[in-house]
Design a protein around this ligand. Sequence first.
Ligand code: ADP
Ligand code: MG
Length: 138
Amino acid sequence: MASRTFAIIKPDAVERSLTGRIISWIESEKLKVVALRRMHMTKAEAEGFYIEHKERPFFESLTGYMSSGPCCVAVLEGENAQERWRDIMGATNPNDANEGTIRKELAVGLEKNSVHGSDSEDSAKREISYFFSELEIV
Ligand code: ADP
Ligand code: MG
């Protein structure tokens, strides 16, 4: 059954004009982009999004980076979308990511790792509704 997940093309990728390439990559993997918006997150919006990492030592740097420039937020739909999008992205640290994954091919480093994907079905629901209303998902 088709399901949804949440994705971000992060500021490092948008800045390097990789938006189109990443969207093509998603579509070539048979995931549909059912919502898409370019935005520039405030620090507070980034903190709310990454609230689960509030106690982590990298929280300040991460939320500073995520609010440092425009990103693209998206909802992806397809068979097993949440797990598949994580597989297509690759491991958090691009040095550990498999060949042929987005992070292996495009990421700058551990923080500037180009893309975000929800880590569970529950996170996907929370993250989608943090950025999109149901009416914007088509
Ligand atoms: P993922 O994005 O793969 O789900 P996490 O949820 O663990 O990874 O972390 C969220 C984001 O925080 C990562 O994508 C990365 O940008 C950044 N990050 C994670 N771990 C570190 C770290 N040790 N140092 C700096 N940034 C990190
Ligand atoms: Mg995560």
